[in-house]
Every structure is written in structure tokens, then in C-alpha cells.
Design a protein around this ligand. Structure first.
Ligand SMILES: NC(=O)c1ccc[n+]([C@@H]2O[C@H](COP(=O)([O-])OP(=O)(O)OC[C@H]3O[C@@H](n4cnc5c(N)ncnc54)[C@H](O)[C@@H]3O)[C@@H](O)[C@H]2O)c1
Length: 448
């Protein structure tokens, strides 16, 4: 089938490429000419594991192409996937103007019946607004399907190829069948294809993200209680995660969640509730706990150095909001780096894939290390913000020799406190008692 994708960001690139990988003829359109040129030259505007190889292969096989020409992609395709951004404003209202603009542009160039599949995250009722927009700009018939996506940056390709479920919000049985047929190669292991009303499908994405965010904030508050009572949140987590009613995912305590999705979807959900006079205090609390999390982590670092922080060289490992992506949006690392710079510290950041985005954001304001040990040269402390695998088992002796002061603030609990104490580090982590050099917690003897 010929398929058009409008918006070649994280969502659009993964969707278009995975559909091409299944043999479809996919044209990805983006109005950002520089992005399209980069993709056509074999470059990548973002880091997503496995994506570049798939793009290259499908471009070589002539199943995937990139263009700024909307007329061409819409003229040739029965299905048009909408993958444009939906930011949230100060009042927590999702800004769907990008979605409606793209809908208008598509409608204006339609030459016959089309199915617009909306993968952008939008509040309930948006599909109806899209219907009205289409009707205002074309007389050709058009069905709008709500097809929320649950991919996670860092594992997005795998998530698309092997989804937990596919949701199609639409009432028309024929359109449901077309969607089911399109997605059936990805659901061969028996994962469900679920149809529902468009409004429910729109809400499903917010509900899922709010639930996931709640688990993280709850775990982070439990971590604080553990710390106050000298319990170890890693041990507590094991007990909680093995309860089948709860399960193991999204239970790692840390510096809080970030990214473009969870914070925005929480804020939007609050806005939706507020607009209709529905209670939303639990959802607001999930967001507030998360926002305070990064503040408190930053405060802990500032308190440790006190008035001398302006003379300190601090190394930061990890800048992306999570491992395996270069996405800095909404990440706790950005908040902490900004705070350290504002306090006058000299900050050197190492991230395996986000250097370019760091350069664009910070210019000369921070130093960007090319290797992770390089960031530690003369450092008065190391701050770990992202759980990249390469940070998990470093050479502690080498670290100690490079650093001026052996202090680690670990926002991701990568190391064992007792081991760090034996290695001569002052070590602060999350939900576990801080340890000092030589201090050996007899209850926690396992080696890293
Ligand atoms: N990033 C994720 O992991 C993820 C996961 C699930 C759902 N989503 C949803 O997918 C949507 C897109 O998110 P994203 O992260 O890919 O955003 P993004 O900002 O990375 O990409 C959006 C792209 O759309 C292009 N664009 C905007 N308006 C356009 C128009 N009128 N015509 C052509 N191109 C246009 C932009 O130039 C940009 O390249 C959002 O609603 C998001 O909630 C994203």
C-alpha cells in the first residue's frame, strides 16, 4: 500500500520506517526543508537505536523517501498518518493547532477519498475538530482514525514492530478492517487490536501515561521514606515488583521523569479535568512530586558545596532524559545543568549521543566531553543523570585518580553504596543512605 506520513520527527520517522520495513511504499513529508535534506543525504536528525539502519535499507530498496511536497504524498496515498507535535501551553491545554493546520493542508490537496490516521497525542474531541476542518476544505470524503502510539524513545523501533496492543479509534467497520490489516504483521504473537470510539482512543494515551507517571512519583516518594528510615529502596522495590498485581516496570526511583510525553500528558490531563470541573488532585500531585524531585536533587548538590560551589568543576554523566536517546526535552538533567551553571559552577557534560543537541542548547556555557572519563579531569564531583549502560561498571580507581574530590551524586542508583565507600567515595544516591569513604555498611556487602 502507498502510505503518506506527515511530520518526520521521532514518531513519524519510526512509523514510516517500520511500515516501509513491512513492504509498504512510504513517503515521509515534513515542512522542515533542512530536516528533509539531511534525511535524503543519509543523515539522521535524531538518535534512535536501530532506526538509521532501517531507514538506509528501506531508502535503498526504494520503499521509503523524504520530501517537503505535501501535494505529491497526499495525491499518491490512501492513508495519511499525522505525526506532528502537540505541545502544551502554560494553562495545561494541548496546542492542537499543528494538527489542525496539517489537517487543513492535507484536505486542501486531497483529490479523492482519504483516511487520515492521527498518531499525534490529542485531547478527546480533536478528531471531531479535524472532521470539521476537512469538511471546510474539501468535498472529498475522508475518515479520521485515532491511532495513539505508545512507543518509548530508546526502544521505539522495537515497540512499533512488537506493540503490546494497537488501538484504532473509529466507528466505520471498513476502516477498522483496513487498520487491522495494516497492523496485522505486528500483532502475530496474539497482541490485541482494539477498536473503540475516537474520544476513548484519544483519552487512552493520556490515561496510560498518567498511570506510568504515577508509579514513578509514588516510587520516588517511597524512596525518600526509605532514606529517612535507613531502608534500601532497591530491596523494597524487589519486594514490591514481584507482587504480580503490581509488576516490575516503571518502579525505579531516581531524579524523576522527563521527555516530551509524560510531563505534557500529565499537564494536559489536569487541564482537561479543570475545564470540566472534575477533581484532579492526584494527577496534580504526581506532576508536583516530579517537579520537586529534580529541585531537591539540585539542592542536595548545592547544599553539599555551599558557598564554594562557584569555584567547583562538576562533571555530569548523561544529559538525555533517558538512556538510548539524544532527546533533551523536559529532562531532569537539563534542569540540574541549568541550576549548576546559575550557581556559578564550571560544568562539563558527557553524554554518549546528545553532544550535538547540548552544543545547540548551551554553546560555550558548558564544556562537552568527548569521552566519559575526560569529563572527570580535575572534577570536584560527579553527577549521574542518565542510566546509560556504559556508566554502570566504570573503573573506580581511574575515576578517583582523575577527580580532585571523590564525590558522586547518583540520580540513577547505578552503584552499590558499600562498594563506593570502600573505593573512597562520598556517595549520595536515591532512597539509600549516603555513605562516606571507608564507611562500610555490613548489610550491603555485595560487590558491583
Ligand atoms: N516522541 C515519542 O516518543 C512519541 C511517542 C508517542 C506519541 N508521540 C506523539 O507524536 C507526535 C509527534 O511527536 P514527535 O516527538 O515525533 O515530535 P517532533 O517534534 O519530533 O516531530 C514533529 C515533526 O512534525 C513536523 N511538522 C509539524 N507540522 C507540520 C506540518 N504542518 N507539515 C509537515 N510537517 C510538520 C515538524 O517539522 C517535526 O519534524 C506528538 O503528538 C507526540 O505526542 C510521540
Amino acid at each position: 500500500m502507498k502510505i503518506a506520513i506527515v511530520g518526520a520527527g521521532y514518531q513519524g520517522l519510526v512509523t514510516g520506517t517500520c511500515l516501509a520495513e513491512n513492504g509498504h511504499q512510504v513517503m515521509c513529508m515534513d515542512h522542515d526543508a533542512a530536516r528533509v535534506a539531511l534525511l535524503n543525504d543519509g543523515g539522521m536528525p535524531l538518535h534512535e537505536p536501530g532506526l538509521e539502519e532501517l531507514i538506509t535499507r528501506n531508502m535503498e530498496e526504494e520503499r521509503l523517501c523524504f520530501t517537503t511536497d505535501l501535494d505529491r504524498v497526499v495525491a499518491d496515498s490512501l492513508m495519511v498518518f499525522l505525526c506532528v507535535g502537540t505541545p502544551v501551553d502554560e494553562a495545561g491545554r494541548a496546542d492542537v493547532s499543528g494538527v489542525l493546520t496539517a489537517t487543513r493542508q492535507i484536505a486542501s490537496v486531497m483529490n479523492s477519498y482519504r483516511i487520515i490516521v492521527n498518531k499525534s497525542t490529542c485531547p478527546p474531541g480533536t478528531a471531531e475538530q479535524m472532521d470539521a476542518t476537512v469538511r471546510a476544505h474539501t468535498t472529498h470524503p475522508c475518515d479520521i482514525v485515532v491511532n495513539p502510539d505508545f512507543m518509548k524513545e530508546g526502544t521505539a523501533v522495537d515497540d512499533f514492530l512488537r506493540p503490546d496492543r494497537v488501538i484504532a479509534g473509529c466507528d466505520d467497520v471498513r476502516v477498522q478492517e483496513i487498520m487491522k490489516e495494516l497492523y496485522s504483521p505486528f500483532l502475530r504473537t496474539g497482541k490485541p487490536f482494539i477498536t473503540m470510539s475516537r474520544r476513548s482512543a484519544e483519552m487512552a494515551k493520556y490515561a496510560t501515561n498518567v498511570m506510568l507517571a504515577a508509579r514513578i512519583s509514588l516510587m520516588n516518594q517511597l524512596a525518600d521514606i526509605c532514606e529517612a528510615y535507613d531502608c534500601d529502596i532497591a530491596e523494597v522495590r524487589e519486594a514490591v515488583a514481584t507482587d504480580y498485581r503490581i509488576g516490575p516496570t516503571f518502579l525505579f526511583p531516581g531524579v524523576g521523569f522527563g521527555g516530551a510525553g509524560l510531563p505534557r500528558d500529565l499537564a494536559t490531563c489536569e487541564g482537561l479535568a479543570r475545564d470540566r470541573g472534575v477533581e484532579y488532585d492526584l494527577i496534580a500531585a504526581v506532576r508536583e512530586v516530579n517537579e520537586r524531585r529534580r529541585d531537591r536533587f539540585l539542592q542536595r548538590i548545592c547544599d553539599y558545596y555551599g558557598a564554594t560551589i562557584g569555584d567547583k568543576r562538576l562533571a555530569v554523566w548523561g544529559a538525555s532524559f533517558k538512556a538510548r536517546t539524544d532527546d533533551l526535552r523536559g529532562g531532569p538533567a537539563i534542569h540540574v545543568i541549568d541550576g549548576l551553571c546559575a550557581a556559578g559552577a564550571m560544568v562539563t557534560v558527557y553524554d554518549p549521543v546528545a553532544s550535538q543537541k547540548l552544543k545547540e542548547r548551551y554553546g560555550d556555557k558548558i564544556l562537552i566531553a568527548a569521552k566519559y572519563y575526560e569529563a572527570l579531569n580535575g572534577a570536584d564531583g560527579l553527577i549521574i543523570m542518565t542510566e546509560w549502560n556504559e556508566f554502570r561498571r566504570p573503573d573506580y580507581e581511574r575515576m578517583g585518580k582523575l577527580m580532585r574530590e571523590k564525590v558522586i551524586f547518583d540520580g540513577r542508583n547505578l552503584y552499590t553504596p558499600a562498594v563506593m565507600a570502600r573505593q573512597g567515595f562520598q556517595y549520595f544516591s536515591v532512597g539509600r543512605k549516603a555513605v562516606s569513604p571507608g564507611h562500610n555498611n555490613p548489610e550491603n556487602q555485595d560487590e558491583n
